[in-house]
Ligand binder design. Structure first.
Ligand SMILES: NC(=O)c1ccc[n+]([C@@H]2O[C@H](COP(=O)([O-])OP(=O)(O)OC[C@H]3O[C@@H](n4cnc5c(N)ncnc54)[C@H](O)[C@@H]3O)[C@@H](O)[C@H]2O)c1
Ligand SMILES: [Zn+2]
Length: 361
């Protein structure tokens, strides 16, 4: 079994990666002294697919009850968190219990938030089942829900006690969801690891076919990079910001298209192309590297078109600007594998980079 350690003093934990690990969960959890009473949060779709494997896998030594929440980003809100609290209270859960988040990033974020806040914090385990959740959202301890006025505005940092990744769960993931996760995979190569980027370039076909060996390598490397970055900067005071490559453009694009037209990953795909173009415009990235970044991003296949005028995009960016105390912040590349953060670049450059990134699409 592959294991990646997230080093955060008393909040340290492991990320375990192995295809077919779910039936063996009891043995794995016992060795780590996890609570014997567990409440599993999932949605009907994922629970139908993997609920019984997980419940049976834990039956030897654990008591597990399920709490099902509605599927979809539109339900990632305080009402859903509240239904989890109600279920926990009705079932007389106490601080000796733990939660399990079984599902994609939405389930992980809400269940993590419930674990962070119920009785001022109980332990939780992540069992991510989308590629995005396996390489990104299940690691790092950011939990939260959306508010009608904006995404992820309410949340807490609460590190999981363990992350169990079974890449076999990806076999049932719809193609579009799978590809959406691959944009975040490319992000790790771009911001931190040129060799990994080159591996992705040469393994793209196998990756698109979900080759188990390639997938395992990819998930491990992404988790290592996220673990390394979040151990150095748990609360996003500096280094962790580079994980937002493509996200200033991407978030604005998602907002400007009403969160309906594109998945998060697809928006980040456009965003990373724009960020690479901006880096080249600012004289920080060579044309060759900019071109290679765009080629790999586009290699994932066609995305829905994004005909958003820059003025609309810029208006949506104001939300990010408020969050970073007035300055619009962009992660840029200095080479493939090296990222930096710039504040308030000339608007003309941002606009031209955007136009360049969406032209030809
Ligand atoms: N906490 C963080 O650090 C962090 C980082 C990135 C993203 N996020 C959050 O993650 C969320 C997006 O996560 P997501 O892309 O996983 O979306 P998601 O959780 O909505 O899952 C996508 C869809 O796939 C289904 N699904 C999940 N696993 C499946 C499987 N194995 N087979 C078939 N279907 C399956 C889900 O039920 C859902 O319908 C966003 O809310 C975003 O804000 C959080
Ligand atoms: Zn993202």
């Amino acid at each position: 079994m592959l294991s990646v350690h997230v080093d955060l003093q008393e909040r340290s934990y492991d990320i375990l990666i192995e295809a077919g690990m779910l039936p063996r969960l009891a043995e794995i959890l016992k060795r780590r002294g996890l609570p014997e009473r567990l409440l599993l949060v999932s949605n009907p779709r994922v629970f139908e697919l993997y609920g019984s494997i997980v419940m049976e896998g834990l039956s030897d030594g654990f008591s597990v009850e399920e709490i099902l929440i509605a599927d979809g980003e539109q339900h990632k809100n305080l009402d859903t968190a509240s239904t989890i609290y109600t279920a926990l209270i009705e079932r007389q859960a106490d601080r000796s219990c733990g939660l399990i988040a079984l599902g994609g990033g939405v389930t992980g974020d809400i269940a993590g938030f419930a674990a962070a806040t119920f009785l001022r914090g109980i332990p939780y385990i992540q069992i991510p089942t989308t590629l995005l959740a396996q390489v990104d959202s299940s690691v790092g301890g950011k939990t939260g829900v959306n508010h009608p006025l904006g995404k992820n505005l309410i949340g807490a940092f609460h590190q999981p006690h363990l992350v169990c990744i079974d890449p076999q769960t990806l076999s049932s993931l719809p193609e579009r969801e799978y590809r959406s996760g691959l944009y975040e995979v490319i992000k790790y190569g771009l911001i931190r690891d040129r060799r990994f980027f080159e591996f992705l370039e040469s393994s793209l076909d196998a990756l698109l076919k979900r080759d188990p060996k390639v997938l395992q390598t990819v998930i491990r490397r992404c988790c290592e990079i996220k673990a390394e970055i979040t151990s150095q900067d748990e609360r996003e005071g500096g280094l962790r910001r580079i994980l937002n490559l493509g996200h200033t453009f991407g978030h604005a694009l998602e907002a400007a298209t009403g969160y309906k037209h594109l998945t998060h990953g697809e928006a980040v795909g456009y965003g990373m192309k724009a960020a690479a173009a901006l880096s080249a415009r600012l004289g920080r990235l060579s044309q060759e590297h900019c071109h290679r970044a765009a080629l790999l991003i586009d290699g994932l296949g066609e995305r829905p078109s994004a005909p958003v005028p820059f003025a609309d995009l810029y208006q949506s960016m104001q939300q990010d600007k408020k969050r970073s105390r007035g300055a619009l912040r962009f992660v840029i590349l200095e080479a493939i594998g090296e990222a930096a953060v710039v504040e308030a670049p000339a608007l003309e450059d941002v606009e031209k980079a955007w136009v360049e990134a969406v032209s030809g699409d």
